[in-house]
Write a protein that binds this ligand. Structure first.
Ligand code: GLC
Length: 577
């Protein structure tokens, strides 16, 4: 059964979070837990998670020693892209509740010492947003059309799209509209689904609307924003044609490699990602945030490379954090990991920002499966049929536990995606009829998309929908064997993944690892990642043969349920240094 929200006392709406006074810079070492609201906890019983469900489960999250939650979008939306298609930025979709439910959730989180970061989607709105509907109605040349990227088509009769850009979800990035008189008319740009028209961020009117939106949520007491597609809002002048490299990352900065952190050389930029003009937008937003009390943050989702370029998003007058996708995309290989960790610390440190670390989110294959796959399946937006067969869940989970244990001792800020603390694998075998990601539809089933990492998470092994909803409904079907991953089946069980996360997070905070410094340790061999952070020695074996540990070492934590004097393959330990 879903826990009742009466479990916690919800204080009257408090506009700011007292512990995060200006200058505390809590975000430098924060552990931020990502909630994908559709799939976290469903209090209404309709099969889609909601804000009241989140509120009811906050006490469970508070046992994890997290600093903040980041919620993927809960705004009014036709849900064509899981809510990343917003039709009202200042209201809650009825699927998720009401603004009062948000206030209760925010207040309850603050009461528990957890900050609340919301997701802002500024690159595009839903086509159902009143601004886009007005733009369609007003016709070519109007002020309303100038809010979005409308252009005339090429060809004798405008029958060809304005350029050759492709949507991240597959197919052309342009759709032609039918004008009010019934004739075929202009085209509009959508880097994602055709229901997600891109704004024209050179237009001051658009900028002003978003400053108001920031203020709306800051006034409601949020502690920050995760900024969606923060590398995409400005497009190169003239919208020149661009053909990405065949094996390039679909969201990345024109990279031809899945290991963007490995190279220092700037790679060719697509004319729609990582344009210089985006930075002045964030400088203006930073001023808005700084005008509020408390330490409120901006975190960039910027799929650009190499890392020194990502660091531009977190220069002192821009954002506070940027996701480290170079780290996420690095395979479970010691040399590659050492390199990306070095490059991350250097690149972010050069601009005075903390590095971030992340292994999973709602766009990529869960790392408990990904780490047992070969690298051509790393791209969440591009996941295709698994030609190499299904990943071995036991291998994947063992590596995931080792990888997370290694990550959580790194200095900087770490992100956790809901369910990874349960060791959830990707739900690879979803029936095709259940799939909902626009990628699946836009590629005619060639790419599965991201539904497999978005399946509602299990709370209670013996309850309907494993405790996700009291009615047993679930918007994506949960694999039948997920009872073993349920939170209650792992709580208090020595060696469970949940207890591993709990211990790691408690030790991380106790030893101040987030604010520490990393010193590499030699002598363990090429397949080992070994570093010291303060009084903790981390040894991670990414190889295939056991590694001898210092004799008499005091084991603080082990990713293997049975730690021993020898460190087995795919295992990480924290030793008292
Ligand atoms: C970001 C989101 C992703 C969404 C896309 C379009 O990459 O993380 O889920 O589909 O933007 O908004």
């Amino acid at each position: 059964m879903t826990q009742q929200s009466e479990d916690i006392v919800v204080p009257a709406a408090a506009p700011t979070f007292e512990p995060s006074e200006r200058g505390s810079e809590w975000w430098r070492s924060a552990v931020i837990y990502q909630i994908y609201p559709r799939s976290f906890a469903d209090a209404s019983g309709d099969g889609v998670g909601d804000l009241a469900g989140i509120t009811s489960r906050l006490p469970a999250l508070a046992t994890l020693d997290i600093d903040a939650i980041w919620l993927s979008p809960f705004y009014t939306s036709p849900q064509r892209d899981g809510g990343y298609d917003v039709s009202d930025y200042c209201d809650i979709d009825p699927l998720f509740g009401t603004l009062e439910d948000f206030d209760r959730m925010r207040a309850a989180a603050h009461e528990l010492g957890i900050r609340v970061i919301v997701d802002l989607v500024p690159n595009h709105s839903s086509d159902q947003h009143v601004w886009f509907q007005e733009a369609l109605a007003a016709g070519p040349g109007s002020e309303e059309r100038a809010r979005y990227m409308f252009r005339e088509g090429r060809g004798d009769n405008g029958e060809l799209p304005p350029n050759n850009w492709q949507s991240v979800f597959g197919g052309p990035a342009w759709t032609r509209v039918t004008e009010a008189d019934g004739s075929l008319g202009q085209w509009y740009l959508h880097l994602f689904d055709s229901t997600q028209p891109d704004f024209d961020w050179t237009n001051r009117w658009v900028r002003d609307q978003f400053v108001d939106i920031l203020r709306f949520w800051l006034d409601r007491g949020v502690d920050g924003f995760r900024v969606d597609v923060a590398h995409g809002m400005i497009k190169a002048d003239g919208l020149p044609d661009y053909t990405p490299p065949a094996d390039g990352a679909s969201m990345g900065g024109g990279s031809a490699t899945l290991e963007p952190g490995i190279s220092d050389e700037p790679l060719d930029d697509p004319p729609y990602w990582g344009q210089e003009g985006v930075h002045e937008i964030y400088r203006e937003w930073r001023e808005v945030l700084d005008s509020y009390p408390g330490d409120r943050i901006l975190a960039a989702e910027a799929w650009v490379d190499p890392l020194p370029k990502v660091a531009k998003w977190v220069r002192p007058d821009e954002m506070h954090q940027a996701f480290n996708f170079a780290y996420l995309e690095t395979p479970w290989e010691a040399a590659a990991l050492r390199t990306v960790i070095d490059e991350s610390l250097k690149a972010f440190n050069d601009v005075g920002a903390p590095s971030t670390w992340v292994l999973s989110n709602h766009d990529v294959v869960r790392h408990a499966s990904r780490l047992a796959l070969t690298s051509d399946h790393l791209q969440g937006h591009g996941v295709g049929p698994l030609s190499e067969g299904k990943p071995d869940n036991a291998v994947g989970l063992r590596r995931a536990r080792a990888a997370t244990t290694m990550m959580l001792a790194l200095p900087g800020s770490a992100y956790i995606y809901q369910g990874e603390e349960l060791g959830l694998p990707e739900a690879i075998e979803l029936p095709d009829s259940a799939r909902q990601d626009p990628t699946w539809f836009r590629t005619d089933g060639e790419r599965y998309g991201r539904d497999g990492c978005r399946v509602p998470i299990p709370w209670e092994a013996g309850a309907p929908a494993f405790g996700f909803s009291q009615t047993g409904k679930s918007w994506l079907p949960q694999p039948v064997d997920w009872a073993t991953y349920a939170r209650d089946a792992q709580t208090g069980v020595a060696g469970s993944t949940l207890e591993l996360y709990r211990s790691a997070l408690a030790l991380r905070s106790e030893h101040g690892l987030g604010l520490g410094t990393l010193e590499w340790q030699d002598g363990y061999g090429d397949d080992v990642i070994a570093y010291r952070n303060g009084d903790v020695l981390v040894v991670s074996n990414a190889g295939t043969t056991p590694v001898t540990l210092p004799s008499g070492a005091d084991v603080l934590l082990s990713s293997d349920a049975v730690p021993s004097a020898e460190l087995g393959p795919d295992t990480t330990v924290w030793l008292r240094a």
